[in-house]
Design a protein around this ligand. Structure first.
Ligand code: BGC
Length: 295
């Protein structure tokens, strides 16, 4: 069991409204991911929860991966199953090669294969640069970058083992890396995090180039400020939210639902000709609002 203290984020008590799985399903009458299997890491809270719930609602059988708070993962599984979907929770620390390999093995044993992988687990350990410890650097790189490598590698191995199933999806497999606007926007005080997301960008693009001829699509989502436990301090009070909105041209802070919808589209055949791209889902944060009146 991973140490909860090491992994824990801030309290989840200020989270935005809970999902209603039954009404999510009504948003996907065409069931674009039916008969597919999706593994989403870090799926027991925040963006991962949004992605896994949307993918389940769109017809996929899903793995709700977690490393701490099994009860949160189980509650999501119960909700999905209760609404008529297929889901299991699997504990695995994405920084552990053995545990990631085991998670994919268990997924294949349970659901037969994997069609979609979303290496999503991510965290921050913020510090002024001169005070940043090697542990803070190493932990963020291990979770946010090495964890994505390990999950993507097991996914690619399974896609190649299984081969094409054109009746299920035009692509043999789809990987959606969870990046950030900070693969593009530098972020003082968060050098470890920025470096990890810059790394995810080139992991994604290089991998996309390498496996495209085998019909595997690899893309990223770059979320902006999304209301999740990772950034509660940035939106939990009206003053903080007001300040945050200065960075967001569209003038609203995102929610996990925004990312879930984008992830379903990127995993579906509706985006079949897209690979090697980061889809920024950020209310325009990467448009650099300061330049609206300056420069
Ligand atoms: C970070 C959040 C931040 C957002 C926009 C995300 O990648 O994890 O803490 O609010 O980027 O800056």
């Amino acid at each position: 069991m991973a140490s909860a203290v090491k992994w824990d984020m801030e309290s989840t008590s200020t989270n935005p409204p809970a999902f209603d799985q039954a009404s999510l399903i009504r948003r996907y009458p065409q069931q674009p991911l039916r008969n597919q299997v999706a593994v989403v890491t870090g799926a027991n809270s925040g963006i991962g929860e949004g992605v896994v719930r949307h993918m389940a609602a769109a017809g996929a059988a899903v793995v709700v991966n977690y490393v701490v708070h099994p009860e949160a993962a189980q509650a999501i599984v119960d909700d999905i199953v209760h609404a008529g979907g297929k889901a299991i929770a699997i504990e695995a620390d994405v920084t552990s090669e053995d545990q990631v390999v085991e998670m994919f093995k268990q997924t294949v044993q349970t659901f037969g294969t994997v069609d979609i992988a979303v290496p999503n687990t991510g965290l921050q350990r913020d510090s002024r640069f001169e005070e940043m410890t090697l542990d803070q650097w190493n932990f963020v790189i291990a979770v946010n970058l090495t964890g994505q490598f390990l999950c993507a590698r097991e996914a690619v191995r399974e896609f190649l083992r299984r081969g094409p199933r054109p009746e299920i999806s035009s692509a043999t497999g789809k990987i959606i890396h969870m990046s950030s606007v900070h693969e593009f926007i530098p972020w003082a005080g968060h050098v470890n995090y920025g470096a990890s997301k810059g790394g995810v960008m080139m992991l994604m693009k290089s991998l996309a180039q390498e496996v495209a001829d085998r019909k595997i699509r690899v893309n990223s989502i770059g979320p902006g400020a999304i209301k999740t436990p990772i950034n509660t301090a940035a939106w939990a009070t009206p003053e903080a939210e007001h300040k945050l909105l200065d960075l967001i041209p569209y003038n609203r802070v995102g929610i996990a639902d925004d990312i879930g919808r984008a992830a379903v589209w990127l995993a579906s055949d509706d985006s079949d000709y897209i690979t090697g791209q980061t889809l920024m889902v950020d209310g325009g944060m990467t448009l650099m609002e300061g330049f609206a009146t300056g420069g």
